[in-house]
Design a protein around this ligand. Structure first.
Ligand code: GAP
Length: 467
C-alpha cells in the first residue's frame, strides 16, 4: 500500500530526510548556520549535477540555434543601473514595531489569503496592506503594529575593489540574476560566433538576492543557481517565439524530466512591467502549495536597449539577407536549480507499508535522477572471496554509472538504505556468484530479485536505459 501526502507534514519529512541522508545541509551549521543559505551534500550534488546536465543537453547541445556562456559573478556596477535593479529590484518590507522582526508584506498578505502578486508595484501592495492591517499579526510576537511599507533592495553588495574603505562610485554587486552576463556578452557572441537571429544564449550559474524572509527551505534562498535561456528574436517574431519557448519548456518538464502533468500548471501574470509583452510562470505543486518553478518572459527590446544606452555601444543587429537593422527582442526562460531539486524530491518521496507490516521510505526517483544508480554488496563481509568478487563487480560498473559499494554485511539494512536514497538497483554477490557467475539484482520499486550473469550486468543496466 502506498501513502503519498502533499502537505506540510510531508514537507517537514523531506527537510529532515535531506539532512539525515546527505542531500542538503544548512550552510556553516557548526557556527549556528546561515539563514536561507544551504549546501548540497554528497547525494544532493549528484542530483543537482544531473538536473543541470540535462537542462544543458536539451537547451544548448541539442540545438543548433543556442550557444552557452559562463560569465563572471562580478560585473560592472553600471550593469545593475542599466538593468533597473539599483532603482527597482526591491521587495515590500514591513517591520513589527514590537519585536522588530522584518517581513515581506506580500507574503504576509498571502498568509491571510489576500493575493499580492510579486510583480505588483510597491504602491499597489501598500494600498492592499493598508486595507488589511487589522487582519495582520506578527507571526513571532502577535503584535498588530507594523511600520508602513518601505522598499528593500535585493542586490547583495560586496566590497570588491574597495581598498580605501570608501565608495567613490557605485558598489560592486554579486549578480542578482545570471541573464545580465548574457546581455553583456551579446555583442561578443555576435562577433565571434556564427549566430543569426533568431538565436539563444544560455547560462547556468549562481545568483544572489538579499531575500527578506527565509521561507520554505531551499525554495527561496539568498544564494541560488539559475538556468537561463535568453532568445534573441526579430521584433515581429517575438510572440511566436515566446509561444514556442513555452511549449519547449513544458515538454522539458513533462517529457524529459518526467514530472506528472497534474503537478504542473501555468500562471499568467496580470501586472506586467511597462516593457514586458507577457509573463507566465510554470508552477509546481510543492508540498506547501502551488509555487513558481520557472518564469517565462517576453521582454521586448528593453534589455539590449538599456545596455546600449548606458554602455554607448550599438546593439543593432543587421540581417545578412535583407539588410534590415533592429535591436533584437528577447524571450526568456529562467528556472531555479534548487526549485527543480525540491520538485524532484517532492515527486519521489514515498512511504510504503510492506506486507510484513514494516514501513519503508523509498525515493522513487526517475532512475536518471537517482544519485546512486547501482549499489553492490557482498552477502557476508567476513568472507574474503565474496568481498573480492563484489569489489570486482563494483570496479567494473563504477566508470559506467555512479555506484556505491557497501560491505556492512546486513543485506536487509543495505536495501533499506539504498531505497531511501532512491537507488534503482542493488547487486548482491553471494556463493552462487562464485559457483555459477551470477548475482542477485533487486529492483527498488517492485523489490523483486532476479539472477543475472556477471558478464551480462552492463548490458542489463544499459537495457534499463540509464547511464
Ligand atoms: N532573469 C529573470 C529572473 O531572474 P525571476 O522570476 O526573478 O526571473 C527566475 O527568477 C527563477 O529563479 C525563479 O522561477 C526561481 O526558480 C529562481 N529563483 C528566483 N529567486 C530565487 C530564490 N531566492 N531562491 C531560489 N530560487 C530563486
Amino acid at each position: 500500500m502506498e501513502a503519498k501526502e502533499k502537505d506540510s507534514e510531508l514537507f517537514n519529512k523531506i527537510i529532515s530526510f535531506c539532512k539525515r541522508r546527505g542531500f542538503v545541509y544548512q550552510s556553516s551549521e557548526i557556527y549556528g548556520g546561515m539563514s536561507a543559505i544551504y549546501d548540497y551534500g554528497p547525494y544532493g550534488v549528484e542530483v543537482i549535477n544531473t538536473i543541470k546536465a540535462l537542462w544543458w543537453k536539451h537547451t544548448v547541445q541539442a540545438r543548433e540555434d543556442v550557444v552557452g556562456v559562463d560569465s563572471a559573478i562580478f560585473m560592472s556596477p553600471k550593469v545593475w543601473v542599466a538593468s533597473g535593479h539599483v532603482a527597482g529590484f526591491s521587495d515590500p518590507l514591513t517591520e513589527c514595531k514590537k519585536c522588530h522582526l522584518r517581513f515581506r508584506a506580500d507574503h504576509m498578505l498571502e498568509e491571510i489569503g489576500v493575493q499580492a502578486d510579486e510583480k505588483m508595484s510597491e504602491e499597489q501592495i501598500s494600498e492592499i496592506f493598508a486595507q488589511n492591517r487589522d487582519k495582520l499579526k506578527c507571526p513571532s510576537c502577535g503584535s498588530q503594529d507594523f511600520t508602513d511599507i518601505s522598499k528593500f533592495n535585493l542586490l547583495v553588495k560586496s566590497n570588491l575593489g574597495n581598498f580605501s574603505g570608501k565608495w567613490d562610485s557605485e558598489p560592486v554587486y554579486l549578480r542578482g540574476e545570471t541573464c545580465q552576463g548574457i546581455y553583456t556578452n551579446y555583442l561578443n557572441i555576435l562577433n565571434s560566433m556564427k549566430v543569426r537571429v533568431p538565436f539563444g544564449i544560455a547560462q547556468i550559474g549562481k545568483a544572489f538576492r538579499n531575500e527578506i524572509t527565509a521561507r520554505q527551505f531551499i525554495f527561496r534562498t539568498r544564494e541560488f543557481e539559475q538556468m537561463e535561456l535568453e532568445y534573441f528574436t526579430k521584433p515581429d517574431e517575438e510572440m511566436s517565439e515566446y509561444e514556442k519557448l513555452k511549449e519547449t519548456r513544458w515538454k522539458f518538464y513533462t517529457e524529459v524530466m518526467g514530472i506528472k502533468e497534474e503537478n504542473l500548471k501555468w500562471y499568467q501574470h496580470e501586472n506586467l512591467v511597462f516593457y514586458a509583452k507577457d509573463a507566465y510562470d510554470i508552477l509546481y505543486k510543492f508540498p506547501f502549495g502551488w509555487n513558481e518553478l520557472e518564469g517565462l518572459h517576453a521582454r521586448g527590446d528593453y534589455d539590449l536597449s538599456q545596455h546600449a544606452k548606458f554602455s554607448q555601444k550599438d546593439m543593432n543587429y543587421t540581417d545578412p539577407m535583407t539588410g534590415e537593422k533592429y535591436v533584437p527582442h528577447i524571450v526568456e526562460a529562467s528556472s531555479g536549480v534548487g526549485r527543480n531539486f525540491l520538485m524532484l524530491l517532492s515527486e519521489a518521496y514515498t512511504e510504503e507499508k510492506l506486507e510484513n507490516g514494516e514501513q519503508r521510505i523509498v525515493m522513487k526517483f526517475n532512475p536518471k535522477f537517482a544519485p546512486v544508480k547501482v549499489a553492490v554488496f557482498p552477502l557476508l563481509r567476513n568472507k574474503p572471496e565474496l568481498v573480492k568478487a563484489a569489489k570486482e563487480i563494483f570496479n567494473q560498473l563504477k566508470m559506467e554509472y555512479n555506484c556505491e559499494y557497501d560491505n556492512s554485511g546486513n543485506i536487509g539494512k543495505c536495501y533499506r538504505r539504498q531505497d531511501e536514497i532512491g537507488t534503482p538497483y542493488c547487486v548482491t554477490v553471494d556463493f552462487e556468484t562464485l559457483e555459477k557467475g551470477t548475482v542477485t539484482v533487486r529492483d527498488r520499486d517492485t523489490m523483486k530479485q532476479e539472477r543475472v550473469a556477471t558478464t551480462e550486468l552492463k548490458q542489463f543496466f544499459s537495457d534499463k536505459g540509464f547511464r
